[in-house]
Design a protein. Structure first.
Length: 198
């Protein structure tokens, strides 16, 4: 009969119930250079099968019905409902359910841009920013504006840009008649209304 052994992950110090789970979920968390990222929690992996193995099972949150691919993902999420975070940013106080997410958050408080494009020398705080930017240099992955020929690394950024060529303002303030082309502009505007939290 197999004996269940408990392990402690070197990267995040979580207790893991089996060697396989430890290997598939945590052993590569400290490697931010990984090619594959879990869509659920953004944990990086160096092997694609590790991500797909996680997606074979699912766990639903009893409070909000969000679905997660691992018990650990569900546990990290559960802190959102209790607001009792195990990891907290010392700079801004934001809470996180796992150490990796706190580590990924920290560069936001620094001006250092450690990731550099070898082609045009643009610099980025996050590797994901560099990866998205690299699409600009690849004809098949980039998105070009038909009106001004400007190139964008993602479809979302192109769509956001296209609003500049239009007078359509679909985002309306619920407190005044102001209208905006982008939702983030509306969000910024809403914060100006006294005693309103967005």
């Amino acid at each position: 009969m197999d004996q269940v052994v408990s392990y402690v992950c070197d990267s995040c110090k979580e207790n893991i119930s089996s060697r396989q789970t430890r290997h598939k979920i945590y052993c590569r968390v400290s490697s931010l250079e990984s090619s594959f990222v879990c869509a659920e929690c953004s944990t990086p992996f160096s092997m694609g099968y590790e991500v797909t193995d996680r997606e074979k099972s699912s766990y639903a949150c009893e409070e909000c019905d969000k679905v997660f691919f691992s018990k650990i993902g569900l546990r990290c999420h559960s802190y959102e409902h209790s607001n009792n975070w195990p990891y907290q940013c010392k700079e801004c106080g934001k809470g996180f359910g796992c150490k990796f997410l706190l580590k990924r958050h920290m560069p936001k408080h620094s001006d250092e841009k450690q990731y550099k494009c070898d082609i045009c020398h643009s610099k980025f705080k996050f590797k994901t920013g560099l990866n998205t930017h690299m699409n600009i240099h690849d004809e098949q992955k980039s998105f070009r504006c038909e009106k001004c020929d400007k190139i964008f690394p993602s479809k979302i950024r192109l769509e956001r840009h296209m609003a500049k060529h239009s007078d359509i303002r679909p985002h309306t303030c619920s407190f005044c008649p102001s209208k905006f082309k982008e939702k983030r502009s509306l969000t910024r505007h809403m914060k100006m209304h006294v005693n309103i939290s967005v």
